[in-house]
Design a protein around this ligand. Structure first.
Ligand SMILES: CC(C)(COP(=O)(O)OP(=O)(O)OC[C@H]1O[C@@H](n2cnc3c(N)ncnc32)[C@H](O)[C@@H]1OP(=O)(O)O)[C@@H](O)C(=O)NCCC(=O)NCCS
Length: 184
C-alpha cells in the first residue's frame, strides 16, 4: 500500500475541467450544501443535517486517508474554483473491493463531470494498487443516473450486493482494470 504524503487540502489530480483534492474543514459549507440538495438526497441516504454533521463527514473522509492511503476527493471546478462534488476511492471496513464513488451538485449535472472524475480517480487508484483487478461501485437498484455513469466507464453489475443500514440493499457494479487503458 502506498500512503500518499499529500496534506489535507492538497491537490491530488487535475483533469481537463476539474481539480480533485483533499478536503479540509473550510469545505464544510459547500459540502453541507451539496448533500442537502433534495435531488441528491432522493438518491442517497439523507445528507448531513447540520454543518456540524458535515464537519463530521469531512473528518471521517480525511480519517480514511491514513488508514487506507486514499479517500474521497473534493471535486473543484477549475473555471469557478467552486466545490461541485465528491468523488473517488473509498473502502470502509468489509467492502469487497475499492469503490470509486461519485456525487455532483445538481447545478452541474449532465456535463460529464462525474465521468471525468471517475475515470481519473479510478486510474489514480489502480496505479497505486496493482493487485486490484477491478474497482467497484455500490449503487441502489433505482439510481438510474449512477448506473449510467457506471455503464459509461465500462462497468457492469457483478451480481454481488451489500446491505447499507440506512440505504438498504445496494448492487455492486464492477469495472475491470483493463477498461481504463482505453480512455487514453
Ligand atoms: C450520478 C451523478 C453523480 C451523475 O453525475 P453527472 O455529472 O450528471 O454525470 P455525467 O454528466 O458524467 O454523465 C455520465 C453519463 O451518465 C448519463 N446520465 C447522467 N445522469 C443521468 C440520468 N439521470 N439518467 C440517464 N442517464 C444519465 C449521462 O448522459 C452520461 O452518459 P452519455 O455521455 O452517454 O450521455 C449525479 O446524478 C448525482 O450526483 N446524483 C446524486 C448522487 C448519487 O446518486 N451518487 C451516486 C451514488 S451511487
Amino acid at each position: 500500500m502506498t500512503v500518499e504524503t499529500i496534506a489535507p487540502g492538497g491537490e491530488v489530480l487535475r483533469t481537463e475541467r476539474l481539480i480533485l483534492r483533499r478536503f479540509t474543514f473550510d469545505d464544510v459549507d459547500a459540502y453541507h450544501e451539496l448533500f442537502n440538495q433534495p435531488a441528491v438526497e432522493a438518491t442517497l441516504i439523507p445528507g448531513p443535517a447540520s454543518k456540524d454533521e458535515a464537519g463530521r463527514h469531512i473528518a471521517m473522509i480525511e480519517g480514511h486517508w491514513p488508514l487506507s492511503g486514499f479517500s474521497f476527493f473534493a471535486v473543484i471546478e477549475r473555471s469557478t474554483k467552486l466545490l461541485v462534488g465528491r468523488a473517488g476511492p473509498w473502502k470502509p471496513y468489509g467492502m469487497p473491493g475499492i469503490e470509486i464513488g461519485w456525487t455532483m451538485h445538481p447545478r452541474r449535472w449532465r456535463r460529464g463531470y462525474a465521468f471525468e472524475a471517475a475515470v481519473a480517480s479510478a486510474r489514480w487508484t489502480l496505479e497505486r494498487f496493482p493487485d486490484e483487478h477491478r474497482v467497484i461501485h455500490t449503487i441502489a437498484p433505482t439510481n438510474v443516473a449512477s448506473q449510467a455513469v457506471a455503464r459509461k466507464i465500462g462497468g457492469r453489475k457483478s451480481g454481488e450486493q451489500v446491505f447499507h443500514p440506512l440505504a438498504g440493499p445496494l448492487d455492486i457494479w464492477e469495472t475491470p482494470r483493463e477498461r481504463f487503458v482505453s480512455f487514453g
